[in-house]
Every structure is written in C-alpha cells, then in structure tokens.
Design a protein around this ligand. Sequence first.
Ligand code: Q46
Ligand code: ZN
Ligand code: ZN
Length: 348
Amino acid sequence: MKCVVCRGPAVIDVRRANSNFCSDHFIRFCAEQVSRAIREFKMIEPADRVLVAVSGGKDSLAVWNMLHQAGYQVDGLYLGLGIEGYSDTSVAFARTFAQSRGLKLIEVNLPEEYGYDIPTGARAARRTPCSACGTSKRHLFDKAALEGSYEVLVTGHNLDDEAAVLFGNVLRWQTEYLARQMPVLPARPGFPKKVKPLIRLSERDTAAYCILMGIDYMVEECPMSSGNKHLGYKEALNAIELASPGTKSDFYSGFLRKASQLFRAAYFEGSQDPQPTEDLTHCIRCSAPSTSTLCAFCRLVDKAGGMVTVEQRGSSTASDTSSAQAVRITSRAERSARSTKTEVEAQT
Ligand code: Q46
Ligand code: ZN
Ligand code: ZN
C-alpha cells in the first residue's frame, strides 16, 4: 500500500477518497479537509477568537489541535458533567492536551457550580440523561462563549455524527430539523456563532489523526450513551459505507449542496438564518434568550440543582497509549462507530 502523494509506505486507506496516505500526507489531508470546510462555509475569520467545546475525546482534541496549528487563536472549554468513571478521566485528557501545548482550557463543573450531575439531575427532572445533558451543554457553551467575547464556538461533530443526524431526520421526515441542520449557525442576540469544522472527516479519520499526532484521548464512550438512537443510525450507515465507500459523504454533502436550502426556504422564507428569533423573550433569571419566562436551563436547575453534595473529585492522570509511530487502520473500523480507537492497531 503506497501513499498516493509521495509513493512512500502508506499507513491508512481512505476508501471514500480512493486514496492511501503516509503519516505526513494523511495529517495534511485532514488539515486540508478542515480548511476547506472553514472556507466553504465561512466558518472562521483569521482574527476571530475561537472557543472549542472539548470533551477529552478524539474529535474535540483533533479539531482543537488542527485549528491551533492553522494559526487560529483558540481556547478550550470543558464542561464537567459529574458522570462517575467518565468525567474524571475525560477532563484529565483535556488538561493534559492543553498543558502540553500551552493552551488555555476553561473548565465549568456542573455539580460544583449548579448542584447537579447528569445522572441524578436527569432523574430528578424526569428527563433522559442525554436530554438533560444537551440542555446543559447548549446553555453553558453559549454562556461561556458570550461571556468570554469569543466570535466563534466550535464543536467536534464529524461526518459520521452529521450523517447520522441527517439519516434520523430523513427517516422521520423531520423537516424543521432538516431546515436547521447546518454546519454553521450565525451569531444572533444571545447566541454565539457555532460551527462544525470536522464535517469532511470521519470518526476513523480523527482517531487516526490523534494517534499519528501523539494525542492521547478518552477512548471510552460516555456510559449514558447506550440506547442512543444515533448510534444505531451510525451502525446502519457504516454497513452501507462498507459495501459502497463514499456513500456517507455523498449523502451528507449532497444534502448540504442540493436539499438544505429547500427546507430552509420552506421554513424560514428564504432567510439565511435558520434560527428565527422573533418568538424569543429573555429568561427572567439568567437573561438568556428563551421562549418562556424561565429558560430551559434554569427550569432544569430548579428541578435538578442540589441533588448532589459537592465532593472533591480527584482527577486521574491521563493514561496509556499512543506513542505510536505508525498505524494501520483496519477495515473493521468502518463497522464500528463506537470504539474507533480499539480498531486502530498501533504498530510499535
Ligand atoms: S455526554 Fe451527555 Fe453525550 Fe453522555 S449524557 Fe448523553 S449527551 S452520551 S455526547
Ligand atoms: Zn506521502
Ligand atoms: Zn435562564
């Protein structure tokens, strides 16, 4: 297997691009895909101050590293969810990455600052953990970006994530969600600009990128994710992709090029802003934009806050792995959306 660029030994095949790459050219390929997405969708201007939402996983650390290497001013934001056996470890990966590159990591801790963790808070509020988590993340990411005067909030959603969401929206013809599914949401009063620079890279790409760059990341998925329907959609799309490489990317990029504006036109009468603000008022407690007197986050805090006693949580050290010099990515990686790193076999 030879690199399509330099004819040296390849370490990874990217079947959707019908290409094999050596380590250097794969890293350049990833950087090019990110810069293409940024250019095409006008995601980030050179002078923008950028905040990346960091989970300690491969996608958020990869995008943070790529943006930093591309010369953007980019800080990280970690939200501690208080999930036992997960949050302590994931924050250690985020801290280790930030320290190793001299980057700023802002930390917000739900149990300490708002009195609930996701499992107990969700139970108290009679919500699913991911629903309570989503409300908390949206509110606290927006708040941190606005309070820090960042121009852009970046998330690490990749091609697999976006294709799975699209698949779910199409299966149920959730046309309003289809109208809103964009890799860029413009800034508007009370909300920062939000962008997804990894839409041209797969999970397998970001895992390989991290290993080749020596970035240690949290491999384990959040324990609350089991039963998440998007994991099923990812598996279905991976099966299709295995039989017909490139389908996933065509599905998502074709939607952006050919269909998304039709849904937006139907819902928002030609407006480029897929998040109309006219129905919004302000939360009387936190003044965030809201459709009701109290915003969804403040209602959640009312029900869930005070559910945990704050205890000092020890932070484990970032562990193990990846001093890998070369990697071989097996085709099994295409079959699994859940444990990509276990599918990347390090050749030490
Ligand atoms: S962190 Fe939060 Fe995810 Fe865990 S509780 Fe669900 S939404 S699965 S990306
Ligand atoms: Zn090469
Ligand atoms: Zn509020």
